[in-house]
Ligand binder design. Structure first.
Ligand SMILES: NC(=O)c1ccc[n+]([C@@H]2O[C@H](COP(=O)([O-])OP(=O)(O)OC[C@H]3O[C@@H](n4cnc5c(N)ncnc54)[C@H](O)[C@@H]3O)[C@@H](O)[C@H]2O)c1
Ligand SMILES: O=C(O)C(=O)C[C@]1(C(=O)O)C=C[C@@H](O)C=C1
Length: 370
């Protein structure tokens, strides 16, 4: 594996598995990627260039693979890991992308043979959509990628036995962050799993008003807070099962906070909420800005795009040829099906101005976002 052109098996070529495949096909062209999923998903992954080979079953996929990536829902990952364990190549590295780490880490410790190296993974990037059609080679750009080492594995393994998979993760543009599974799951309960439930609850209480005018008045604030309300339950069910206790703690903490606000309103002590707003404003400022999602690179542009495959690729290609480094990309979904607008973020104001000029020169409608 020293030549860094490993054979990679991706089990589950949906949103996350497909996005990894697309990123590696682009940036690690020497890798050979074999995928396993349902036949129709595999065909689509192959047509999109996310995989080089289709494997009809998981055992065929992992046979001979240097690196195996499970990108299936948590429950399926746990089951599949056991069913392929005995068929893994000696010395292979196994990783996963599950949103909750403890169940996967425990299963890896239980079922993987001693000569297999395991590294738990969780890209902190995703979407409210699922499936291979939503996969995007830029999904992990600037995203934090949580890595969990098995108990008893030293951090040195990240630059040793596990290096090939760390290198692949870094090649997607993601930034690895190492922490243990328990801490990961406790924090993910607060910053990812709780917000998912809140988005669903908020969307539904407004829906229950059954007032069309509410839907019309809902603007940016409501949209920002409910984007992930459309995430698929098929993925989230396993996360809720796998992290139930910690999510209950987070829900209890949230309930206390909201009840506190309610009490201040009941007591007509509105000004007492000033501290809460102050704390929230300051806390949000402390979240790193150079991260996907939160990223407000200081210099943004917007560009109109047609609703056709490859559009983003073309735009980023134009910028790359002009030596302009895009730090973040976001599709602002205003009118689905009729195209949309991308927000592109740059480190530098001059780069943002130049990007507007270059794109306008290539017949795109681009402008600075103030
Ligand atoms: N969606 C996100 O935002 C996000 C972000 C980070 C991590 N994750 C994690 O990534 C994993 C995959 O999520 P996703 O969003 O890509 O979902 P997805 O539905 O887009 O993709 C999952 C794929 O796995 C396939 N699959 C399911 N069971 C299978 C089985 N037994 N054998 C073979 N293939 C099987 C499905 O057909 C599907 O193509 C989950 O563990 C999830 O927790 C998701
Ligand atoms: O939809 C997005 O933007 C996401 O990044 C989704 C998100 C999250 O932020 O909590 C959801 C679950 C995953 O495990 C990781 C990422």
């Amino acid at each position: 594996m020293t030549d860094f052109s490993p054979r990679i098996a991706i089990i589950g070529t949906g949103l996350i598995g497909g996005s990894l495949g697309l990123a590696w096909s682009d940036r690690k062209p020497d890798c050979r990627i074999v995928g396993h999923d349902r036949p129709e998903v595999l065909d689509r992954a192959f047509d999109r260039g996310a995989i080089d080979e289709r494997a009809a079953d998981p055992i065929t996929a992992v046979s001979g693979a240097d690196i195996v990536v499970f990108a299936t829902p948590v429950g399926a990952t746990v089951k599949l890991m056991e069913s392929v364990a005995e068929h893994l190549k000696d010395g292979a590295i196994v990783t996963d992308v599950a949103s909750v780490k403890s169940p996967v880490m425990e299963q890896a410790a239980d079922v993987l043979p001693k000569d297999i190296h395991f590294l738990g993974g969780h890209p902190m990037a995703g979407a409210e959509t699922s499936g291979i059609d939503s996969a995007d080679s830029l999904l992990f750009e600037n995203a934090v990628y949580a890595l969990c080492l098995p108990e008893g594995t030293s951090q040195d393994a990240l630059s040793g036995n596990l290096y090939p998979v760390v290198n692949l993760i870094e090649s997607t543009g993601a930034e690895p962050v190492v922490l243990d599974a328990d801490r990961h799951d406790r924090i993910a309960a607060w910053v990812s799993h709780l917000p998912q439930l809140l988005a669903v609850a908020l969307m539904n209480v407004v829906d229950d008003l059954d007032d069309d005018m509410a839907r019309q008045l809902a603007a940016g604030g409501f949209r920002d807070m409910t984007r992930i309300a459309s995430s698929p339950f098929s993925m989230w069910r396993d996360v809720l099962v796998g992290n139930q206790g910690r999510i209950l703690d987070a829900l209890a903490g949230f309930a206390r906070s909201i009840q506190g606000m309610r009490n201040r309103l009941i007591e007509d002590d509105i000004d007492a909420l000033d501290d809460a707003f102050e704390q929230a404003g300051q806390a949000r400022e402390r979240i790193p800005r150079d991260r996907k999602g939160f990223l407000q690179p200081l210099f943004d542009i917007v560009v109109r795009a047609e609703d056709r495959p490859g559009e983003l690729h073309e735009i980023t290609g134009i910028l790359l040829s002009a030596d302009l480094n895009v730090q973040d990309v976001e599709l602002l979904k205003f009118r689905e099906g009729t195209g949309g607008t991308f927000r592109l973020g740059f480190d530098d104001s001059d780069d943002a101005d130049e990007a507007v000029d270059v794109l306008n020169g290539a017949d795109y409608a681009a402008r600075r976002l103030e």
